[in-house]
Design a binder for this molecule. Structure first.
Ligand code: BGC
Length: 759
């Protein structure tokens, strides 16, 4: 009886929530109908225009070119304008001087935090900590919205299996399951329910397949089967949309031979008709214009193509404002094509509450209270410690004791600019610490921190070919020998050497593809010289991508992969190096043994000629290389701790499962070492026989747990039919009866296995 009442009450609640939503929608529709009834064709097209705002400065907005366009109703939004006062000034022009008083959207690339910068997204994914990742997006939204931003071009959810592609730094690695969970977490973190003035609109990007360019070269062509798209690359975009993402950004690449920006199958059939997306689509920077170079026609042709594909907003190409009116007159596009796109932009503004209060995100008093606050910084610091991956720790060199003389050596040891990592538009590097400062603060007067740069990032950074923006800025004009001599003198005085080496932050990210993934030779030579001193050497390795650490792994005892940890990098690294926190990050991208293995990912197919674990060296007529084994140097899911974990008693609740049922896989984890620490327990599944080939393993569950030393915990995963589904040859999402393997372990390689049957 009680239960019935409860069910009834919640049904009523749901019905009234649905009624409220429907009446809100009806109110919105009416408002937009009225507004659009007053708009001219030019004003409607103006809503579809998103120019960049570099030149707008406070006080001059009125006189600038963009300002007059805003007044004339030719602009729907602006992006990457920093500062709530400037944004308020520009918004004022739109709502007070524009004919119909339509507010603007203000977007920005708030990719991994605002002024409080979190680790780069690839690093964040290595925490496998969904609540913390969601919270990082929430903090980013609070800070960005305090500074006038209501729309972020994030999350970037492109799956990437190729370490050569520099933008692997901006995504969550190679796995669609983990990528989907992170995509949902980020969208929820940014948007909440989009009612408050500290919640902002997310933009899922880059739709689609941007992370699979041929040979890892940015903007290069993509060509893959639909079957692969659906199984490996689409899931995170779909998950983000199901989590309610309000906008989607089109990618630069082609899909099935048509640029994504002009691809109707992608933007309408998949996104809207199959996935029910009801937000708006924006192009990437000059995405429409670039279709001319792709060979799709002139500006008018490509503008029409994009609109009719389902793109609503034109970032920077000037194609919509420049050509749509003419296309309308010539009958090439219809009024309803333009109306549909215009309505979607106005709906986004309505949902953000900008028609109620265009200054909702323009409270001038907020930045001082809400940007770069001690709470936000503490949170970013804690999460950064979870992203570092301990790749090797022979002789337990780490953690270091704060005593004696510690030499911190390398081109990344004393730089501020490199700490935030790529795509940190709002970062203010002058506010962040260098590693030297972080180490000094951590040890106080218990130890002495010595520093030497040791070498430039590369020997020949002045050479155009090798120059990276930060690399060149960081260049020291002393000779290589002088720098090395200084480093060796510092090393000679020390008890232990910590080498801070790797990529500069701009060696990964957009347009930073690399064909060579080895450590630059200036730094490798420095490392060799430091090792030759015979002193213990710890390598802190910075990079925005997996690199080749084969030589380093053979020669250095301790390697901590620190990526780019954001504004709090220095303190977070010190926390882990000096043992305040045990490392717990696990790789979400395979580290290759050499660049020739790329693209490399763990969830591969077996082939008809697989090599077996017991096969040694090269095996003729099997799928392997003459000169390197197939496996990663450090596999997906891998990462050590200061403690050790024992996995035991993997059990399944039943050996058979029906399609309507579920079984549980449980395992006991024991902290068998001397540190309290976190562990990421991972479950993989293999479908042994299918109507199409199935991967040798796929991540299907994970849990991040904390264990005190000596403590044991039982971790349980539920497996149901949904988890076993995949897209078959007809692209139906199905699960097929038969045998499955469940694998549980600390990474994708070292797993315990049990089997069950799906009936
Ligand atoms: C990038 C996008 C970014 C946009 C706006 C483009 O170059 O591909 O990820 O959001 O610029 O800054």
């Amino acid at each position: 009886m009680k239960l019935n009442k409860l069910v009834l009450a919640s049904a009523l609640l749901l019905t009234s929530a649905a009624t409220a939503l429907a009446s809100n929608d009806a109110k919105m529709d009416k408002f937009i109908d009225d507004l659009m009834g007053k708009m001219t064709v030019q004003e409607k097209i103006g809503q579809l225009n998103l120019p960049v705002t570099g030149e707008i400065v406070t006080g001059q907005a009125k006189s600038s070119d963009v300002a007059s366009q805003i007044k004339a109703g030719k602009v729907g939004g602006l992006f990457n304008l920093k500062g709530v006062d400037r944004i308020r000034d520009v918004q004022r022009v739109a709502v007070e001087e524009g004919r119909l008083h339509i507010p603007l959207l203000f977007g920005m690339d708030v990719i991994h935090g605002y002024e409080t910068v979190y680790p780069i997204p690839l690093a964040l994914s290595c925490s496998w900590d969904m609540p913390a990742i969601q919270h990082s997006a929430r903090v980013a939204a609070i800070e960005a919205s305090a500074d006038g931003i209501c729309w972020t071009f994030s999350p970037m959810v492109d799956i990437c299996q190729d370490a050569r592609w520099g933008r692997i730094a901006e995504g969550s690695g190679e796995d669609p399951y983990l990528g989907s969970r992170i995509a949902e977490a980020m969208v929820k973190g940014y948007q909440g329910d989009l009612t408050r003035n500290d919640e902002i609109l997310a933009c899922v990007k880059h739709f689609a397949l941007y992370g699979a360019p041929e040979a890892g070269r940015d903007y290069n062509s993509v060509d893959m089967s639909h079957w692969r798209m659906f199984n490996e690359y689409f899931p995170p975009y779909k998950a983000a949309i199901e989590a309610g993402a309000g906008s989607v950004m089109a990618s630069f690449n082609i899909v099935d031979g048509v640029p994504a920006t002009g691809n109707r199958w992608l933007m309408t059939e998949i996104l809207r008709e199959k996935w029910n997306f009801d937000g708006f689509v924006v192009t990437d920077y000059t995405g429409i214009y670039e279709m001319i170079a792709h060979g799709m026609g002139d500006l008018q042709d490509v503008g029409r193509l994009a609109l009719q594909a389902g793109v609503d907003m034109d970032m920077v190409s000037d194609a919509f404002v420049g050509t749509l009116e003419k296309s309308l007159e010539e009958g090439l596009v219809s009024m309803s094509d333009i109306d549909t796109a215009c309505r979607r932009i106005l709906e986004a503004k309505y949902r953000l509450g900008l028609f109620d209060d265009p200054y909702k995100y323009c409270d001038l008093s907020r930045p001082a209270k809400q940007v770069f606050t001690p709470e936000h910084r503490a949170d970013a610091r804690k999460l950064a410690t979870e992203t570092f991956v301990l790749l090797k720790n022979q002789d337990n060199l780490l953690p270091l004791q704060a005593k004696g003389k510690i030499a911190l050596i390398g081109p990344l040891a004393n730089t501020r600019e490199n700490m935030p990592g790529t795509w940190a538009v709002a970062a203010v590097s002058s506010k962040y610490s260098t590693l030297v400062e972080g180490f000094k603060a951590a040890v106080g007067n218990k130890a002495e921190i010595l520093y030497a740069k040791g070498c430039n990032l590369m020997y020949d950074e002045t050479d155009e070919k090798n120059a990276t923006p930060f690399g060149r800025a960081m260049r020291d004009n002393r000779s290589d020998k002088e720098m090395l001599d200084e480093a060796l003198a510092v090393a000679a005085q020390s008890d232990v050497i910590v080498a801070a080496l790797g990529e500069s932050s701009e060696m990964s990210g957009e347009c930073s593809s690399r064909s060579d993934l080895e450590m630059p030779s200036s730094q490798r030579d420095l490392l060799k010289a430091l090792l030759a001193t015979g002193k213990p050497v710890i390598l802190l390795h910075f990079s925005g991508r997996p690199v080749v650490l084969t030589w380093e792994n053979e020669n250095v005892k301790s390697i901590l992969q620190v990526w780019f940890g954001g504004s709090e990098t220095a303190d977070a690294i010190a926390d882990v190096v000096f043992g305040k926190v045990a490392p717990s990050g696990k790789l979400t991208t395979s580290f290759p043994q050499c660049v020739g293995q790329e693209p490399l990912h763990y969830n591969t197919f077996n082939t008809g000629r697989p090599i077996l674990p017991e096969d040694e060296g090269f095996v003729k007529f099997k799928s392997n290389y003459l000169d390197v084994r197939n496996d990663a140097l450090f596999p997906f899911g891998y990462g050590l701790s200061y403690t050790t974990f024992d996995y035991s008693d993997l059990t399944l609740s039943a050996a058979e499962m029906s399609v309507n049922g579920a079984i549980e896989a449980s395992v006991t984890i024991t902290n068998t070492g001397n540190y309290d620490a976190d562990e990421v327990v991972q479950m993989y599944i293999r479908d042994m026989v299918g109507s199409v080939v199935r991967p040798v393993k796929e991540l299907k569950g994970f849990q991040r747990i904390s264990l005190k030393k000596g403590e044991s915990k039982k971790v349980t995963f539920t497996i149901d039919a949904e988890l076993l589904k995949f897209y078959n040859a007809k692209l139906d999402f199905v699960c097929e009866p038969g045998e499955f393997e469940v694998m549980v372990g600390p990474n994708s390689r070292d797993v315990k296995v049990k089997k069950f049957f799906l009936k």
